[in-house]
Design a protein around this ligand. Structure first.
Ligand code: SAM
Ligand code: SF4
Length: 346
C-alpha cells in the first residue's frame, strides 16, 4: 500500500538565484542530512540486521571533507543541516565536526541539529550545545528496559536516560522519535506521550519504512499511524498545528498536554510534494530520496578535482530527485531499496 499521489507545481521558467537549490519539480531544497557514519552501537530490529558489514574507514569521508562539502552546500542555499547516521556519536571527531559546521550558524546556516540513539549523549551534550546545536532528536522506542533491549538487540536504556538528563542540563531541546511497531510497542504509545509531556519533550511517531534487509519481516510489525492517531484521539483529542521543524513530520497539539505530537507517515499519507531534503552518505554519495537508488557520487570527483568538480554534481543530483518514494509494505514484498536507513541517514 502506498499513500495518495501528491500534486506538484510545474517548474517555473524563472531564473533562480544561484544560491537556491530547486529541483525539476520546483521544490526548494534547503535541508541537508549528513550521515557521518554507517556504524552503530545498537542493532534496532526495524533498521539493521543483527550482523552488519560496515564500510572500511578509507571509504568514509574525513571530517575535513565533510566540513568542506557542508561549506559548499551552505553557499548553494542549504539552511538546515542534520548530522545523523548510523549513530553519529560513535564517530570520534563528531563534536569537532559539529563545531566546524556550526561556524556558519547565523551566516547562511539557520539550524544545525542531530539525531542520536542517546547511548553516548551524556559524554557529548555540552560540546554539542557549545557547537551551536539547540535541538536534537533522540530515538527511544520503549520505556521498558527489557523491551528496549529487545528492540535494539541488547541496548542499555540507562545510557539513554543518562543522555537525556545531560541534554536537558546542557540546554538542548529534545524530541523523542519512536517507530510505531505492532505487537512490540503499540501499547506504549500513550504512556510515551504522557512521559514525554512530563519531561518537557515533544514526540514524533514514525511508520516503519521498507529499507534494507533486517533478517525479519517488517510487515509483521507495521502499524499504520492513521490507526494510532484514532486510538490516541479516544483519550486525548488531537488538533493539527502549523508548527514545522523543516522535516516530514506533521504536528498536532494534544489536549491537556504541552508536548506536541509529530506523525511521520510515509506509508499512509505521502508527504513528498513538499519535500525539501537531500542526503549525503558517509561515503560521499548524494541521495535525493530515501526510497530510490539513484544517487550521485561526490567523493571521487572531490578527491580528484576538489570542490569545483563537486558543484556541477549537485545540479545533476537535483535533476534526479523523484516525484515521490515508492515504498510499499506487505507480505512477500521486497524492501524498496537494499540500503539500510542507517547508510543513507535518517
Ligand atoms: N542512530 C540514530 C538514531 O537511531 O536516532 C540516527 C540514525 S537512525 C537511522 C534515524 C532515525 O531513523 C531513527 O529515529 C530511527 O528510529 C529511524 N529508522 C531507522 N530505520 C527505520 C525504518 N526502517 N523505518 C522507519 N524509521 C527508521
Ligand atoms: Fe542504530 Fe539508529 Fe539504526 Fe537503531 S535506528 S540501529 S540506533 S542507526
Amino acid at each position: 500500500m502506498t499513500g495518495s499521489s501528491p500534486s506538484f507545481r510545474p517548474m517555473e521558467t524563472v531564473t533562480l538565484p544561484r544560491n537556491m537549490l530547486t529541483d525539476a519539480l520546483g521544490r526548494r531544497i534547503s535541508y541537508l542530512r549528513i550521515s557521518v557514519t554507517d556504524r552503530c552501537d545498537l542493532r534496532c530490529r526495524y533498521c539493521m540486521a543483527e550482523r552488519m558489514t560496515f564500510l572500511p574507514k578509507d571509504r568514509v569521508l574525513t571530517l575535513e571533507e565533510i566540513a568542506l562539502l557542508a561549506d559548499l552546500f551552505i553557499a548553494r542555499g542549504i539552511r538546515k543541516i542534520r548530522l545523523t547516521g548510523g549513530e553519529p556519536l560513535v564517530r570520534r571527531d563528531i563534536t569537532d565536526l559539529a563545531r566546524r559546521i556550526g561556524r556558519h550558524l547565523g551566516d547562511g546556516l539557520e539550524e544545525l541539529t542531530l539525531t542520536t540513539n542517546g547511548t553516548r549523549l551524556a559524554q557529548h551534550a555540552d560540546d554539542l550545545y557549545d557547537a551551536g546545536i539547540r535541538r536534537i532528536n533522540v530515538s527511544l522506542d520503549s520505556l521498558d528496559p527489557d523491551r528496549f533491549a529487545h528492540v535494539t538487540r541488547n541496548g542499555d536504556i540507562r545510557q539513554v536516560f543518562e543522555g537525556l538528563r545531560a541534554a536537558r542540563s546542557a540546554g538542548l531541546a529534545v524530541k523523542i522519535n519512536m517507530v510505531a511497531l505492532k505487537g512490540i510497542n503499540e501499547d506504549e504509545i500513550l504512556p510515551m506521550i504522557r512521559w514525554c509531556d512530563s519531561q518537557g519533550f515533544d514526540l514524533t511517531l514514525i511508520e516503519t519504512m521498507p529499507l534494507g534487509d533486517t533478517g525479519e519481516d517488517r510487515t509483521d510489525h507495521y502499524l499504520p499511524l492513521t490507526q494510532v492517531a484514532d486510538m490516541i484521539r479516544q483519550h486525548h483529542p488531537l488538533t493539527p498545528v502549523g508548527h514545522r521543524t523543516g522535516g516530514p513530520a506533521r504536528y498536532h497539539s494534544v489536549a491537556g498536554m504541552n508536548a506536541r505530537l509529530g506523525l511521520i507517515t510515509p506509508l499512509t499519507q505521502n508527504f513528498c510534494s513538499d519535500c525539501n531534503r537531500m542526503r549525503i552518505t558517509c561515503e560521499g554519495k548524494i541521495f535525493m530520496c530515501l526510497g530510490h537508488d539513484d544517487h550521485v557520487d561526490l567523493k571521487t570527483a572531490f578527491r580528484t578535482g576538489g570542490l569545483g568538480a563537486v558543484e556541477p554534481l549537485i545540479d545533476r543530483a537535483l535533476r534526479l530527485k523523484p516525484a515521490k518514494h515508492d515504498f510499499q509494505i506487505g507480505k512477500g514484498l521486497q524492501p524498496a531499496v537494499r540500503r539500510h536507513m542507517s547508510s543513507t541517514g535518517g
